[in-house]
Design a protein around this ligand. Sequence first.
Ligand SMILES: [Zn+2]
Ligand SMILES: [Zn+2]
Length: 271
Amino acid sequence: MVPLVDTHVHLDSNRFDEDRQELLDRAGSVGVRQLVTIGTNVHTSRAALVLGREREGIWSTVGLHPHEARTGSEETYRTFRELARESSVVGVGEQGLDFYYDNSPREEQRDSFRAQLRLAIELDLPAVIHVRDAYEDAWDIIVEEWLDDAGRPNGPGGVFHCFAADVDFAQRCVEAGFMLGIGGVVTFSNAQKLHRVVEDIGLEHLVLETDAPYLTPDPHRGKRNEPAYIPHIAERVADLKGITVKRVAEQTTANARRLFQLPDSELLPAD
Ligand SMILES: [Zn+2]
Ligand SMILES: [Zn+2]
């Protein structure tokens, strides 16, 4: 079985409290060898880090979701800096802008995004970026905080998780060194814009993610999502590109390991 990596999951979610270990076993049994569980505030970042201590193959991030940007303070980022000393912390985010829900005032979202991009550069960790209905606004901040005059990243890499913009924006992202996170939406028949992106952008720029418990792929849509569904996403990407699932798994796993600097020795047991 070819190893897979789930690069974006919320493993601390209380929707996994009943069966978290079985869920990890199921992920292992379909080939998921490593996963990155994502922080969305101080509390969930700490919870993610604790999960990372409990079982091999689990890595974590520290971050403040744009929905929660209003709660960000110097203290928040100081705490992230401390938590990130632990070697199982491999990224900063999810951070970014979400102007679809506008759960936090836009100016506070911008400030929080800037602060976390700076933190990622300071810690030399990749940025895990969440953007919804705010791609151009996010790009303006990235140009100022993340790129040098030649448009290249000054520091570590990053990923636009749950990528949902068009091919032109995708091109801009990969030229600036970002990976694109492809999740369950790619399995939906009406996601033509994302299908175009997957067809046109080179496999060396894509990583796979579930964003579980959210965004469940077909054929499980309507149920809770979980990392064991990553193969459905890999299969759809393979379909769209006209290549084998094995090739998708190999390349996206290599991409994920390079992005988050994951050693390939630490693996979830197969079953
Ligand atoms: Zn997100
Ligand atoms: Zn997420």
